[in-house]
Design a protein around this ligand. Structure first.
Ligand SMILES: Nc1nc2c(ncn2[C@@H]2O[C@H](COP(=O)(O)OP(=O)(O)OP(=O)(O)O)[C@@H](O)[C@H]2O)c(=O)[nH]1
Ligand SMILES: [Zn+2]
Length: 221
């Protein structure tokens, strides 16, 4: 049981069966004066109730293949700076790289790989007892990963971004986007944000979920 209980139901092929429309496109400036002028885009008609957001960075050329990241919400890492995971540094890296050439960060409300914040924190306690991130999910009665990226495909269709270069180390994001009609023409890895705090977490992602993370041999982090 690796990918179970996706809120969107079974995956289909080609164009997503449901379409969404842009609801609003709101200008913001990121990171203070001089930071990139971005647009935060909201949607009507998404296939799940999450308030998923697209952050469009300048220079977007939807007709080409813009650089895109699907970033799953991680309140502890993204907002509070927790070092248990690599989410905060990955988000900063994505905003920097995509801001430099134009593209989009889709901020997906998929906290805890889709199980939610409280269960993720329960899983952290189990991890402190020695199990890895995936076995902790299973001990709590969840699958390894509950994320359904159909919603991201629907958002990209609504934005007219159906050919993308994707910034990720996670092969499941690539596979699911393609299943849902997005032409992923290139996959670019993120940097490896390895610290002594997140070394076991990154190793589990590489070994258990096939993330492309070139890690040094155990014990040398
Ligand atoms: N259930 C669970 N979720 C976690 C844990 N640590 C981080 N997360 C969540 O994992 C999600 C990020 O997924 P990752 O597996 O780190 O990376 P990814 O997004 O699949 O892959 P990349 O695109 O390469 O970053 C966020 O929603 C985090 O809240 C954990 O220990 N348990
Ligand atoms: Zn995180």
């Amino acid at each position: 049981m690796s990918r179970s209980s996706r809120p969107g139901g079974p995956a289909g092929a080609g164009t997503p069966s449901r379409s969404a429309a842009v609801r609003a496109s709101v200008p913001v400036t990121l990171d203070g004066p001089g930071g990139p002028a971005a647009r935060l885009v909201t949607f009507n008609g998404l296939p799940d109730p999450g308030e998923h957001l697209a952050c469009l960075l300048p220079g977007v050329r939807p007709a080409g293949a813009p650089l895109v990241r699907l970033h799953s919400e991680c309140l502890t890492g993204d907002v509070l700076g927790s070092t248990r995971c690599d989410c905060g540094p990955q988000l900063a890296e994505a905003l920097g790289r995509i801001g430099a050439e134009g593209g989009a960060v889709l901020y997906l409300r998929q906290e805890g790989r889709g199980i939610g914040l409280y269960p993720k924190l329960d899983a952290y306690l189990l991890q402190d007892g020695g199990v890895d991130t995936f076995d902790a999910n299973r001990l709590l009665g969840y699958g390894d990963d509950h994320r359904d990226y159909r919603v991201a495909a629907v958002m990209l269709h609504a934005l007219g971004m159906t050919r993308v270069r994707l910034l990720t180390n996670n092969p499941d994001k690539v596979r699911q986007l393609r299943e849902h009609g997005i032409d992923v023409v290139e996959v670019l890895p993120t940097a490896v944000h390895l610290t002594t705090h997140n070394a076991r977490y990154l190793a589990a992602k590489a070994v258990r979920a096939g993330h492309h993370l070139p890690l040094p041999p155990e014990g040398t982090a």
